[in-house]
Design a protein around this ligand. Structure first.
Ligand code: F6P
Length: 325
């Protein structure tokens, strides 16, 4: 291969820039040209100025930056046959022989379909704060996101303590509770509500009905955005109905979890995976995600990383119960 492309797609994640940098510099070390595609699949379809030649220098001074210098999108057009045909024509016009895509589930689904139609190989690097991809212990952005969430929880804890209040803190995670679980343990919250666990709200009701026994003067509960029984507003409403006189405050952390300078861990992870992705692509691998398993770079077929579920560690749920004594 003499020319490859790199793009970022789906929800941005801190560390994506560090990964782009590693992709470009690794490719350059093999004298392979790199084109950065702006705005993910959207830019691939629209072509023109969205195709930008990258050099070692053009990815300088980005390792510490949040967001993605290549921008991102959730492209509906790439889900259509016409959209993918346009994308293919643009790649061929530019002489692109392989792709490194940095993103999550949707990104790899698109890459898999695209390869089956047009035969341009892709290797993925897992970039999403949700950490919900099978085939990697951690995704790029997760560590930074949980640190952001915990920083916020620490602040909420101060005011919760001062006023003796109950706070529901909603963290991101549409389909997966990895952020919620980590934020609960690191933030010292009492309970967590997760998308993966049905009926955990019943435990919550029980806990607050008997709260006096615990002698706790204030409470923090973390709710994953995709929680089974609804988000933090729904949960606090439910408790208001169930327990007369119950009072609480709700904080939705939202997109602040996606921003900010990547943690050292995310920078290292992103660098390793960008390097691993280029090496795999140039070695002839395709349709696989470069992930980190037991601290080693491992390739997992896109189809597995998309369809297989990465399970939450049930021991951590037990741990939360124990630490809530
Ligand atoms: O996939 C990452 C994520 O931040 C999810 O946690 C969240 O549900 C979603 O993206 C939000 O997406 P958007 O920014 O498109 O609203």
């Amino acid at each position: 291969m003499k020319k490859i492309a790199v793009f970022t797609s789906g929800g941005d994640a801190p560390g994506m820039n560090a990964c782009v940098r590693a992709v470009v510099r690794t490719a350059m070390s093999y004298d392979v040209e790199v084109i950065g595609i702006m705005q993910g699949y959207k830019g691939m379809i629209e072509g023109g100025e969205n195709f930008v030649p990258l050099s070692s220098r053009s990815v300088g001074n980005i390792i510490q930056r949040g967001g993605t210098i290549l921008k991102s999108s959730r492209s509906k057009a790439f889900m259509t046959i016409e959209g993918r045909k346009k994308a293919y024509d643009n790649l061929i016009e530019q002489g692109i022989e392989g792709i490194v895509c940095i993103g999550g589930n949707g990104t790899f689904t698109g890459a898999e379909i695209f390869y089956n139609e047009y035969g341009i190989p892709s290797i993925g690097a897992p970039g999403t704060i949700d950490n919900d991809l099978y085939g990697t212990d951690l995704t790029i952005g997760f560590d930074t996101a949980i640190n952001t969430a915990v920083e916020a929880i620490d602040k909420i804890r101060d005011t919760a303590d001062s006023h003796g209040r109950v706070f529901f803190v909603e963290v991101m995670g549409r389909d997966a509770g990895f952020i919620a679980l980590a934020a609960t343990i690191a933030g010292g919250a009492e309970m967590v509500l997760l998308p993966e666990v049905k009926g955990d709200h019943l435990k919550l009701i029980e806990f607050f009905k008997n709260r006096q026994q615990s002698k706790k003067s204030f409470s923090l509960v973390v709710v994953a955005e995709g929680n089974f029984e609804g988000g933090s507003i729904a949960i606090s409403g439910m408790l208001n109905k169930e327990i007369p006189g119950f009072e609480s405050r709700v904080v939705i952390l939202g997109h602040i979890q996606r921003g900010g300078s990547p943690s050292a861990y995310d920078r290292v992870l992103a660098s390793k995976l960008g390097y691993g992705a280029v090496n795999a692509l140039l070695a002839g691998e395709k349709n696989k995600m470069a992930g980190l398993i037991d601290n080693k770079i491992k390739l997992t077929p896109f189809i597995d990383s998309i369809t297989k579920k990465k399970d939450l560690n049930p021991d951590l749920l037990k741990l939360i119960d124990i630490l809530n004594n």
